[in-house]
Design a protein around this ligand. Structure first.
Ligand SMILES: Nc1ncnc2c1ncn2[C@@H]1O[C@H](COP(=O)(O)OP(=O)(O)O)[C@@H](O)[C@H]1O
Ligand SMILES: [Mg+2]
Length: 376
């Protein structure tokens, strides 16, 4: 007999349904987060870097923000007339949130642990009905996983390098790969776990690297065809419509000849330091109007299908046929204010004539406008 969902079998079932109805209508009301009529107090949610000498093995803290970034965002929000409360996103966060009534949150928190760490603060804010800047729970969780991101990109026919996910190093290798192949952790950032040795030319080394990544990092290993062409990173700011910032080319000419031309851990943290005069970024990138158009379209489409809002930075690299491929999506792009730090999102804003304070206030306004629109 087919199950008829309209048939209620007992009084108990009816009670459950009544309760469900009541909860559901309450939920529907709650799902529309109310924006206070006046925004006065803004919470700034962050995770601060413990100090400068973080070992590579500390994959999570490496992503945290420098105190100068946190203070610069606070100052920018204050220049917009808001009172700012600093809320460190640690395990006492919920208590702090309850003690400090804030009307809105500017979120840059990377999260402290777990496979969905970047979505924890958005999830808690959503639960407490507090509006916040930046991408929501689902987009943060998906974009932290490079593999999940690529599945969505593939679904929408956005070019991304061929890939295979490995949860152990003995899994059968699909025939599709052409070497070189790069092996990277699924859910890290800032080039953590990506070194010269990550790029392999044969199956034996591929399996060794997969094993290393699986042993070192919590998630699966991602094997990807290596794109050997020029690399770009594309900032996007705002919504309806989102605006593409001047495209940045990331160059590798400054790297020693024995190093793979890529933004590896060594390249980002050893060869591009504050004390190093080398600036690997070229912005706006010198590219043809046609390539610029293609890259911008790919970036906007990626932002849209992943449900990113307010700000984002997308890494794109040309394959050997010159086709732009999306490598990954940074829903929480670094926002360091020090020009010598070469933080990419502020770098592109500066080239577009947007000062640091304007950048922060534009992101903040984009967030406000989203909730205003929802409340209409
Ligand atoms: N498939 C690939 N082809 C070529 N270079 C790659 C590929 N994947 C990663 N890289 C290089 O490694 C860098 C870091 O990889 P990415 O996927 O952006 O991870 P992260 O989250 O650490 O920034 C890229 O900026 C690029 O230089
Ligand atoms: Mg990247």
């Amino acid at each position: 007999m087919e199950f008829d969902i309209n048939v209620v079998n007992s009084e108990n079932d009816q009670n459950i349904l009544d309760r469900f109805d009541a909860n559901y209508s309450e939920l529907k009301l709650l799902s529309r987060i109310k924006l206070p009529s006046k925004i006065r107090r803004v919470g700034l949610t962050f995770n601060a870097r413990p100090d400068d000498n973080i070992p590579e093995s500390d994959n999570v803290s490496l992503e945290y923000d420098e105190p100068e970034t946190i203070f610069a965002i606070r100052d920018a929000l204050q220049s917009g007339g808001y009172d700012v409360v600093l809320l460190e996103a640690d395990q006492d966060f919920m208590e702090k949130l309850k003690q400090n009534q804030v009307d809105f949150v500017f979120n840059i928190a990377e999260g402290i642990q777990g496979e969905s760490r970047e979505s924890h603060i958005p999830a808690m804010l959503e639960m407490m009905g507090i509006p916040y800047t930046g991408s929501g729970v689902l987009s943060q969780a998906i974009s932290l996983s490079k593999t999940r991101t690529k599945e969505i990109l593939t679904y929408y026919k956005i070019p991304t390098p061929k890939y295979q996910s490995f949860s152990n190093s003995t899994e059968k290798l699909e025939k599709k790969f052409k070497y070189p192949v790069i092996i990277k952790p699924d859910a890290e950032g800032s080039s953590v776990g990506i070194t010269n040795g990550s790029v392999v030319l044969n199956e034996k080394h591929l399996r060794q690297q997969v094993e290393k990544v699986i042993q070192t990092f919590p998630g699966p290993a991602l094997a990807e065809e290596f794109c050997s062409g020029r690399e770009f990173t594309v900032g996007i700011i705002g919504n309806n419509p989102p605006k593409v910032l001047p495209i940045i080319e990331v160059t590798f000419d400054h790297l020693p000849s024995n190093m793979v031309k890529m933004d590896s851990y060594e390249s980002k943290w050893i060869f591009d330091t504050i004390d190093n005069v080398n600036d690997p970024l070229r912005c706006p990138a010198k590219i043809t109007p046609k390539l610029k158009q293609i890259i911008e379209n790919i970036a906007i489409k990626t932002y849209t299908v992943l449900g990113c809002v307010d700000l984002c930075r997308i890494d794109i690299r040309l394959n050997k046929r010159g086709i732009p491929n999306v490598l990954e999506v940074n829903a929480l792009p670094g926002l360091n204010p020090n020009p010598s730090f070469h933080s990419r999102f502020p770098y592109a804003c500066a080239k577009a004539g947007i000062s640091y304070d304007q950048m922060i206030l534009t992101v903040f306004q984009a967030g406000l406008d989203r909730y205003r629109k929802k409340n209409m």
